[in-house]
Design a protein around this ligand. Structure first.
Ligand code: C5P
Length: 234
């Protein structure tokens, strides 16, 4: 089992679009959180410059681009990304696409995470897309594919973390959809609190709005970290 330092258990979602805002959040949270997620909004706004801004401070970067394309295109794209200081990259897709991403990363430090089912989806959303399966079944199926393709981990909700850990203990689980109060779901559907998610087997928690929109982000962050520590000791 890999050791994950407590200050890297939370991956803060930098869902902003300017350098100033990135600076602001790194300044405010940098002493508590050492892992940051760059998603589509920020990446299309600032490109790799923002990856450099974060890693120059010694923090790790999760690049959440959710790549989904034919295998060769994914492989070639990942070959470019691996030249930069990115720790986690998210990829969607079947075995061939995930395998192409793993091949693209080669022996670099870049770890590929397979997206299972978005935490904003529930069974109704899956049906709309033509999947007549339970969320859990689809998540486990995709987690197995991800593992077989040689990826380091999956992005999955905490609701499926326990099941994934029980079947594939080696797979790292990165979990978004974290809420301090589960009643505040916003656009997420499969949400959970930080301590509960850790108890269920999530290794890293992606947290955005629960910290960003609070009146006291530092206080909330400290509280979440102490709750995570407590859950890890159980
Ligand atoms: O604000 P909130 O904590 O809901 O942010 C969650 C972040 O995690 C967002 O940046 C979203 O893009 C991302 N994410 C997600 N579900 C996934 C993968 C990534 O919510 N399956």
């Amino acid at each position: 089992m890999q050791h994950i330092p407590i200050e890297k258990r939370i991956i803060f979602a930098l869902d902003v679009n300017t350098k100033e805002e990135v600076e602001k959040w790194l300044n405010r949270l940098g002493s508590y959180i050492k892992f940051y997620k760059v998603g589509l909004e920020l990446f299309v706004s600032l490109g790799f410059e923002v990856v450099d801004m974060i890693s120059d401070r010694g923090f790790e970067v999760m690049l959440d681009l959710k790549l989904y394309d034919i295998p060769k295109t994914v492989e070639r794209t990942v070959k470019q990304i691996r030249k930069r200081r990115v720790s986690f990259l998210t990829v969607h897709g079947n075995y061939d696409i995930l395998r192409a991403a793993v091949d693209g990363a080669g022996d670099s430090n870049l770890k590929i995470l397979g997206v299972t089912v978005l935490t904003s989806f529930d069974e109704k959303d899956l049906k709309e897309l033509g999947y007549n399966v339970a969320v859990e079944e689809l998540v486990l199926n995709r987690a197995r594919l991800t593992y077989r393709a040689g990826c380091a981990g999956v992005v999955a909700s905490a609701h499926e973390a326990k099941l994934i850990k029980s079947k594939i203990p080696d797979l790292t689980i990165v979990t978004p959809g974290i809420r301090v109060e589960v009643s505040k779901k916003q656009d997420q559907k499969r949400v959970m609190t930080p301590p509960k998610a850790i108890e269920m087997g999530s290794d890293y928690l992606v947290i955005g709005r629960a910290i960003r929109d609070s009146d006291e982000p530092e206080v909330v962050t400290e509280k979440i970290i102490s709750e995570i520590k407590y859950s890890l000791k159980k």
